[in-house]
Design a protein around this ligand. Structure first.
Ligand code: FMN
Length: 257
């Protein structure tokens, strides 16, 4: 009982240490205060804001500077035309970030002999670009969320997105970054796993899983607070089902089963 009370309290107090220390540089404050937003206002984004965000993505680092990503952009109207509904959470602009091994295939045909390494690196590179755009948005005071499952906007619906966005082979949609402004105060920070479970000096600690008990309880409690009619395990079950369906699609894209 005491541990549940402690974990309930932790939901409201678990802030990043660097922000608490006060004098942290602005960039670190930005990194630690970034939050996913699930409710946007009607206010549009300015064209130069959108361009700054996209440029932050284009200038992200990548392995051998191969830039194995593509950003498919949507205004509200374009999203509606494509999906016949508003941008998720009524966002003002959306960017679907894809790992892309298609654009380079004629220039560097040899790289195609290692599809899994190629795919892993492309996903990693595209993830960095996604985060660069996310942080550029934060720096501009624009709220955001990345989606991989909600509203069929990411990896878990890759077959659907490939058809809707006319993606060629070797282009994998990873996530949609939804952008906009929000008048609402964002809810509490979702609990993070403890530092000593995540940071491992010098070698891997195989017992780190045993340090996750409190975090797991906090996820249950936090989920119940924000979704009283559902539960964390129910959400995980839905997620697992979608993952199983997506598994076959993603496998089929990269090697013949
Ligand atoms: C690649 C990626 C995909 C995500 N997909 C979803 C999603 O489909 N639906 C959703 O509500 N949140 C999604 N999220 C947001 C996470 O739930 C969120 O980042 C996490 O709970 C931590 O909260 P915070 O971003 O506010 O710190 C996604 C985040 C990432 C990085």
């Amino acid at each position: 009982m005491v541990s549940w009370i402690k974990n309930f309290a932790a939901l409201f107090t678990g802030k990043p240490a660097t922000v608490l220390s006060g004098e942290a540089p602005q960039a670190i404050k930005l990194l630690c205060s970034r939050r996913s937003c699930r409710s946007f206002s009607d206010e549009p984004l300015r064209e130069e804001e959108i361009q700054s965000i996209l440029e932050a993505g284009r200038f992200a680092p990548s392995t051998v500077n191969l830039q194995t990503w593509t950003f498919i952009t949507f205004s509200r109207e374009q999203w509606h035309e494509t999906f016949d509904r508003p941008i998720p959470f009524k966002g003002a602009f959306a960017i679907t970030i894809c790992a892309d091994n298609f654009r380079l295939k004629n220039l560097l045909p040899d790289l195609q002999d290692t599809p899994f390494v190629n795919l892993s690196l492309a996903i990693f590179n595209a993830g960095l670009a996604a985060m660069s755009m996310n942080l550029a948005a934060e720096a501009l005071g624009i709220r955001s969320i990345m989606l991989s499952e909600t509203a069929r906007a990411g990896l878990l619906d890759s077959a659907f997105l490939r058809e809707k966005l006319k993606l060629p082979e070797k282009v994998l949609p990873l996530t949609t970054l939804v952008l906009g402004r929000s008048g609402i105060k964002l809810p509490g920070i979702p609990p993070r796993q403890p530092l000593d479970a995540v940071v491992m000096p010098a070698h891997y600690n195989k017992d780190a899983g045993a340090l996750l008990g409190d975090w797991y309880k906090q996820m249950f409690l936090g989920y119940k607070l924000t979704h009283p009619l559902s539960s964390f395990d129910r959400q995980i079950a839905i997620y697992r089902k979608k993952m199983t369906d997506a598994e076959a699609v993603v496998k089929g894209m990269f090697y013949k089963i």
